[in-house]
Design a protein around this ligand. Structure first.
Ligand SMILES: NC(=O)c1ccc[n+]([C@@H]2O[C@H](COP(=O)([O-])OP(=O)(O)OC[C@H]3O[C@@H](n4cnc5c(N)ncnc54)[C@H](OP(=O)(O)O)[C@@H]3O)[C@@H](O)[C@H]2O)c1
Length: 266
């Protein structure tokens, strides 16, 4: 896949992994960008950084937890602009006891992490098939989608959905002028993991630029499902053989310790 001079949509481009992938697409791959998120100012700052370096950047703001905004973002992103690539990256997590998660936050997470991505992927497959540019779509999932993760119960459920949906769709699209890649990274240093609850886990988090580079490589190679990093890959491999209850018990103990250290009560 060659992004040079082509339009690529990146959702969740106002911070973290999305912002890094957008920067690398522009500066290292010569792509033009449609960047989307809720915070207009952050997106305008990215545009101001990249446009003087020769990248065309279109800013489309929207709250992907709202179905109407998803359709509007899609319409504005594609209007008069055939997309070669789309990276569906926007997402939220909840790290803590599931029962402390407000119900409305769960509904927003489901809409953003799952429904918005399925809606966008569905429309974008049709858009890309119609324009026959030969590009692809990448869903940013998570290692937490490869196994049930205690204290991220709802989040890991949304990511398990993306892994299943995305890899199934990848097979449906074999031989079509559009590919689907699911990228499932482990922990990354971003706003998502910047809170007190991650304080004792920071040593495990990968830099966002390194993870972004691995993601773009996987998309370019049209991989169906990519997990970056040797330790993450080892974890996924080991999970197949170690009794599930034991492995999840270890994860739970580790995260319980991190939450207790952050003052979160049982
Ligand atoms: N950080 C990790 O450890 C980790 C590990 C594995 C996978 N991931 C996945 O990587 C992706 C990017 O996360 P990140 O770590 O880079 O986190 P981040 O820094 O918090 O970025 C999240 C992005 O999503 C956007 N977003 C959040 N809610 C939105 C909404 N309702 N509508 C539209 N956009 C919204 C945010 O923009 P606005 O706030 O401006 O809307 C932001 O640009 C997510 O899908 C996440 O699940 C992260």
């Amino acid at each position: 896949m060659d992004f040079r001079g082509k339009w690529v949509l990146v959702t969740g481009a106002s911070s973290g992994l999305g912002r890094e992938m957008a920067r690398q697409l522009a500066l290292e791959h010569g792509a033009n960008l449609v960047v989307s998120a809720r915070r207009a100012q952050k997106l305008e700052e990215l545009k101001a950084e990249l446009e003087p370096k020769g990248t065309q950047v279109a800013v489309v703001t929207g709250d992907m937890a709202k179905a109407d905004d998803v359709d509007r973002v899609l319409a504005e992103a594609t209007k008069g602009r055939p997309l070669y690539g789309a990276i569906l990256n926007a997402g939220v997590s909840h790290f803590g006891h599931h029962h402390e998660m407000p119900w409305n936050d769960f509904l927003s997470m489901l809409q953003l992490n799952v429904t918005a991505n399925v809606r966008m992927a569905t429309e974008l497959v049709a858009h890309m098939k119609q324009h026959k540019l030969g590009g692809g779509i990448m869903l940013i999932s998570s290692l937490t989608g490869m196994m049930p993760v205690p204290y991220q119960s709802a989040y890991s459920g949304t990511k398990a959905f993306l892994n299943s949906f995305g890899t199934a769709l990848a097979h449906e699209l074999e031989g079509q002028p559009v590919s689907m890649t699911v990228f499932a990274p482990g922990g990354i240093q971003t706003e998502m993991t910047s809170g007190e609850r991650f304080a004792t886990l920071r040593g495990w988090l990968a830099p966002a630029d390194v993870t972004a580079r691995a993601a773009l490589r996987a998309m370019q190679k049209r991989e169906h499902l990519a997990v970056p990093g040797f330790l993450n890959q080892l974890g996924v491999f080991a999970f197949r053989f170690v009794p599930r209850r034991f492995a999840m018990g270890q994860l739970a103990a580790n995260y319980r310790k991190a939450l207790l250290a952050a003052g979160v009560k049982e």
